[in-house]
Structure formats: structure tokens, C-alpha cells
Design a protein around this ligand. Structure first.
Ligand code: CTP
Length: 397
């Protein structure tokens, strides 16, 4: 949460400026107040009226604005906030920050502030990769300016690559991290996510339909509450969130090793859909069809990562959370599973194909604890993640 925090938001002149409206909404929903500053370029992309309406505050635009100077001078404006955020930060604005220019309200505030500055760059991929921008980005980092993004993806100009402004939720998370003080500050939380791939031979593998959506959302939600997060992930189809330590793995055995290497942790959430078996003697060469008839795949059991960590005598995370993917008698089966695995909490979900949960964006879970079962209504995986992260923060105290 950002209750009571005040953000000075400088909106630069790029197409990504439209995303800052959503950012303002997210910040205010978390209790922050937002004072918007709109550059001349920014005003080509968002109107002062929409920004003012969403922020619930006057939009500052001019360096020499006598009314504003009488009420609050630009020096004061630059220092009244807890954090200065520039989104989008254009190549031009970055260059002017490096040069220490102060020829408009935005650059003057950036030069006059005594607060930390976080920028969300957004520009065409070639502009981002240009040596001049590289130099400027390095210089700004050396000056202690914080960055969020840019990320890689399709761009408004039709090109693909790094240069896209980070999504509003990521910027909000970076703001929360920059301001510190989340309830999980100083805690380390481990999260497993995604499917595992168990090789049959160098080109084939056994896998499952997990997309890694729920695990990635949990990692992001824990990060937003200030935790240091290690995300041990199998080959997921959704990208890992920024601002977490990502350890990519393929097999269940690699996942266990990565979890053990990342410990100790205060809490661990095992959201991965780990394969129960691996092929006992995976072939070193591609298996050929032919005279030998059909290949026989002998399976061996994989280590149960959740049970191994839960039942460890020493160094066990204080809170261990598992998931149970069930297709029938969800609560009874999951209650028995919690006891068998030895974890503290188990989030049970019904993954019958008709629920659309496996690989989908929504989830409906039952939280099984020592004291009973708590039914959560169907909600987005993001909302499940936020609720779980808050519960973890409460449990760790
Ligand atoms: N899990 C794990 N390691 C495994 C198998 C599962 O850590 N080798 C974890 C999952 O990440 C999840 C929980 O155990 O948190 C439950 O997974 P699930 O597939 O529902 O349980 P299984 O142990 O496979 O039980 P069953 O196949 O009997 O349903």
C-alpha cells in the first residue's frame, strides 16, 4: 500500500503517456496522492483535463505561472513529494536531465528536487539502443536515478524490441519498492512456478499445461509488498515479473536444487505444476522409429519439492504454502494432501477442463489451513495473488 505517500508525476511527450492515466488510477487506489506535471509534449498525448480528473489535483504545466508561484513555487513543488516519477521518460527528456537543463517546468523540478527520481523510459527501439541514449542512461544511473523498464514488445511505431514503457502495474511496484516500507520489507520469499519439462531424448519432453500465470502473479504481489522474491520457474509461457530474482529451470530435480540453493527463506509458495515422474533413462540421442518397435518409457518418481521442504527438520521456511490441483472432491482431497505433505497452507483449485482454470486468467481457490477450509470467490489470478501475499504478510507479522 502507498497510503499517505505523495508522488510528483511528470508526464513526458510520448505515445505511452496514455498509460500514465492508468498509473494515476493505480496509485490513488493504493492510497497515494499524485501531483501531475504535464510537459508540452505530454499534452499532445493526454489532455490536462483527464489527468486532473484522475489525479483529483491541478495539473502543473508552466514554469512561469504566476498563480502557481504565488501558491506554491516550483522549488517547493519539487520537494513536497516523497518521490518524483517521470513516465514516459523520452530520449529528449533523459538527455536534458543528463545535461542539467532547466528550460521548462519538468526539467526545473528534476534539477531542484531533493527526492529520489524514478524514470520509466519509452521510445522507439533504435532510439533506445542509440549510443547517445546508452550513454545518457548510464549517466543517469550514476546520478542515482532509478529506472523501471523499458520492456521489450510490439511498439506503437510498428517495430519490435526494447523501448516500450513498463506497464502501469510494474511502475506502481517500482514506486512501492523505491519508497520502501512494505509489510514484507526485509523478508525473503521463494516462489516456484510454471510446468517442468522432463526430457525423453534431446528433442522430446513430458510436460503439462501450466502457463505459470498464477506463480508469476504471486511473485509480483509479494514484491509489491516489499519482499525480496526468488522465482524458481520452469518453462512458463508468461514472462517473469521484473524486480524479482528469476532462476529458470527445466526439470523437477533442477527445481529442487534451485530451491535449496536459494534458501533460507522466510516463506515459500510452491505454485509450480511439477511433473510427478521423469523418464528413467532419457536417451542421449534422438530416439528413432524403426526396427526396434515402439519405445518403452520407464518412469521414475520425481522428488516432491513441497514435501521435502515442508518436512525438513531444520532451516524450514516459517510458512510453507502449497497448491493442490484437483479434479474431484477438492476440499477432502486437499485437506488430506496438506497433512501428507506437511505444509502450513494449501490453496486447492479445481482444474477440471470445464473450469478453464489451468492456463486461464481466473482462479477459484479454497485455502486449507490447520484450522479449516476458507472458500475464496472466483477472481482473477492477480487478485488471488494479492490476497495471498497480504495473508503471508500478516502471518509473518
Ligand atoms: N509439488 C512439488 N513437487 C512435486 C509435485 C508437486 O513441489 N514433485 C507441489 C506443487 O507445486 C503443489 C503441490 O505439490 O504445490 C501439489 O501438487 P499436486 O500435483 O496437486 O499434488 P501431487 O503431489 O502431484 O499429488 P497427486 O498427484 O496425488 O494429486
Amino acid at each position: 500500500m502507498l497510503t499517505g505517500k505523495s508522488i510528483l508525476l511528470i508526464v513526458g511527450g510520448g505515445i505511452a503517456a496514455f498509460k500514465t492515466l492508468e498509473l494515476v488510477r493505480l496509485l490513488r487506489a493504493q492510497g497515494a496522492s499524485v501531483t501531475p506535471v504535464l510537459t508540452e509534449g505530454g499534452a499532445q498525448f493526454v489532455t490536462p483535463l483527464s489527468l486532473a480528473a484522475l489525479a483529483g489535483e491541478t495539473v502543473h504545466r508552466e514554469l512561469f505561472d504566476l498563480t502557481a508561484e504565488a501558491e506554491m513555487g516550483h522549488i517547493e513543488l519539487s520537494r513536497a513529494a516523497d518521490l518524483v516519477v517521470v513516465a514516459p521518460a523520452t530520449a529528449d527528456l533523459m538527455g536534458r536531465m543528463v545535461g542539467g537543463l532547466a528550460d521548462d517546468l519538468a526539467t526545473t523540478l528534476l534539477l531542484a528536487t531533493d527526492k529520489r527520481v524514478l524514470i520509466a523510459p519509452a521510445m522507439n527501439v533504435r532510439m533506445w539502443e542509440h549510443p547517445a541514449t546508452r550513454r545518457n542512461a548510464n549517466a543517469l544511473r550514476e546520478d542515482g536515478i532509478l529506472f523501471v523498464g523499458p520492456t521489450e514488445g510490439d511498439m506503437a511505431c510498428g517495430e519490435y524490441g526494447p523501448g516500450r514503457m513498463a506497464e502501469p502495474a510494474e511502475i506502481r511496484a517500482a514506486i512501492a519498492a523505491a519508497l520502501g516500507g512494505g509489510p514484507l520489507q526485509g523478508r525473503h520469499v521463494l516462489v516456484t512456478s510454471g510446468p517442468t519439462h522432463e526430457p525423453v531424448d534431446p528433442v522430446r519432453y513430458i510436460a503439462n499445461r501450466s502457463s505459470g500465470t498464477q506463480g508469476a502473479a504471486i511473485a509480483a504481489a509479494l514484491r509489491d509488498l516489499g519482499a525480496r522474491v526468488t522465482l524458481v520457474t520452469g518453462p512458463a509461457s508468461v514472462p517473469a515479473p521484473t524486480g524479482v530474482d528469476v532462476v529458470p529451470v527445466e526439470t523437477a530435480r533442477q527445481m529442487l536444487a534451485a530451491v535449496e540453493a536459494a534458501e533460507p527463506a522466510d516463506a515459500a509458495v510452491f505454485a509450480a505444476a511439477v511433473a510427478d515422474w521423469h523418464v528413467r533413462a532419457a536417451s542421449e540421442q534422438k530416439i528413432k522409429k524403426g526396427a526396434g518397435g515402439l519405445p518403452e518409457l520407464a518412469l521414475a518418481e520425481n522428488p516432491d519439492i513441497l514435501a521435502t521442504v515442508s518436512q525438513r527438520a531444520t532451516g524450514r521456511p516459517r510458512l510453507v504454502v502449497g497448491f493442490a490441483a484437483e479434479t474431484e472432491s477438492v476440499v477432502e482431497t486437499a485437506t488430506a494432501k496438506r497433512a501428507r505433505k506437511g505444509c502450513d497452507w494449501l490453496l486447492a483449485n479445481d482444474v477440471s477442463p470445464e473450469t478453464g482454470i489451468m492456463g486461464g486468467t481466473e482462479n477459484r481457490v479454497v485455502l486449507i489451513t490447520e484450522t479449516g477450509a476458507e472458500d475464496w470467490p472466483r477472481m482473477s489470478k492477480q487478485a488471488v495473488a494479492d490476497r495471498l501475499a497480504r495473508r503471508i504478510a500478516e502471518a509473518l507479522g
